[in-house]
Design a protein around this ligand. Structure first.
Ligand code: NCD
Length: 328
């Protein structure tokens, strides 16, 4: 018998642009839907809810997990995916983003956009008649990642309210941590957030300004640090680490060589390895949006607290819940 899933009604026909667009009720419902879909799939069943619907990813930046999990999610819902490749497209002939979006929009029910420029997202949403999923707009946001991260915390720890979390690494250009901080502080009664970044790579002031009212209203403790300490590691339920967004510094007109040098110098203070986890609680998780470079040692992989590979799998089910709700 086919399972009946309930879409999250507020997402129907909507673009997913920012982590700020979700209410607590939306997030709770998306988590439940994702977990229901996981149970169904892992019991060996299939879902055909989006049979005949078409998704086109437009990826102007590299991706492994986000691209493949959006495609797998669409296919696991019975839908289809257009294999559009920017590298061999008319983008090379000078076509504008808007015209490329208009073209794929004419063939699709939903678009998934990743682009190095923050403003590309609004341009694409303006040019499309169908919903656009933001799969990362420059150093801006990555809302589906924040949702899958929240699902990971909920599923692994049993609750998101009351946790202490450290966001670690390149908090300046890392879009995953921008979206996650906004989503968590707006919707959950966190106990404490540590923002751990070397000088020059701190969380941007505009993100801090954005979350400050929620942080105050909920009484969330916010502490900035330049490196990890045994106290921070021992206090956290979640250590969420990220890589240096090297390509964004290399692409920046001002060079930002100082920031890259600062990261290199701060590396040992940010590193998460087996020795560092000696200070951590028995029940806590290490997360990473991946790809990792050298901020997260492979000697952590066999630790049960290493949640980053499971996090990828939660991403499949969260993107199924999103696509189903947007298109159903
Ligand atoms: C992240 C991204 O693209 O922002 N990757 C991802 O989607 N899981 C993180 C990164 O590239 O460092």
């Amino acid at each position: 018998m086919p399972a009946i899933f309930t879409p999250v009604a507020s997402l129907k026909g909507q673009s997913v642009a920012s982590a700020t667009q979700f209410s607590r009720a939306d997030i709770d419902a998306l988590i439940q839907l994702a977990l229901d879909m996981r149970a169904h799939i892992e019991a060996g069943n299939t879902i055909d809810a989006l049979h005949g619907r078409v998704m086109t990813p437009l990826f102007f930046e590299d991706s492994s997990r986000t691209l493949s999990s959006f495609c797998a999610a669409m296919m696991r819902l019975g839908g289809n995916v257009v294999n559009f490749k920017v590298e061999t497209s008319s983008v090379n002939k000078g076509e504008t983003l808007q015209d490329t979006v208009r073209t794929l929009d004419a063939y699709s029910d939903v678009l998934v956009l990743r682009h190095p420029k923050e403003e590309a997202l609004e341009q694409a949403i303006g040019a499309a008649t169908h919903p656009v999923m933001n799969a990362g707009n420059g150093a801006g946001e990555h809302p589906s990642q924040a949702l899958l991260d929240t699902l990971t915390i909920h599923a692994e720890l049993g609750a998101v309210d009351g946790i202490t979390i450290a966001l670690i690494g390149d908090l300046k250009k890392g879009r995953t941590v921008h979206s996650l901080l906004k989503l968590l502080t707006h919707n959950f009664d966190l106990k404490k957030v540590y923002l751990v970044a070397p000088a020059g790579l701190e969380m941007p002031q505009e993100v801090l300004d954005h979350v400050s009212a929620d942080v105050q209203r909920r009484g969330i403790q916010l502490e900035q640090a330049a490196g990890l300490t045994p106290t921070i590691v021992g206090d956290c339920d979640v250590l969420y680490t990220t890589r240096l967004q090297k390509e964004r510094f290399e692409a920046s007109a001002t060079g930002d060589a100082d920031a890259m040098a600062a990261f290199a110098a701060a590396k040992s203070g940010l590193l998460i390895d087996k020795a560092r986890l000696a200070d951590a609680k028995a029940k806590m998780i290490v997360m990473h949006p991946l790809p990792r470079v050298d901020e997260l040692s492979v000697d952590v992989d066999s630790d049960p607290r290493a949640a980053y590979f499971r996090q990828m799998r939660y991403g499949l089910f969260m993107r199924m819940a999103i696509l189903f709700s947007v298109l159903a």
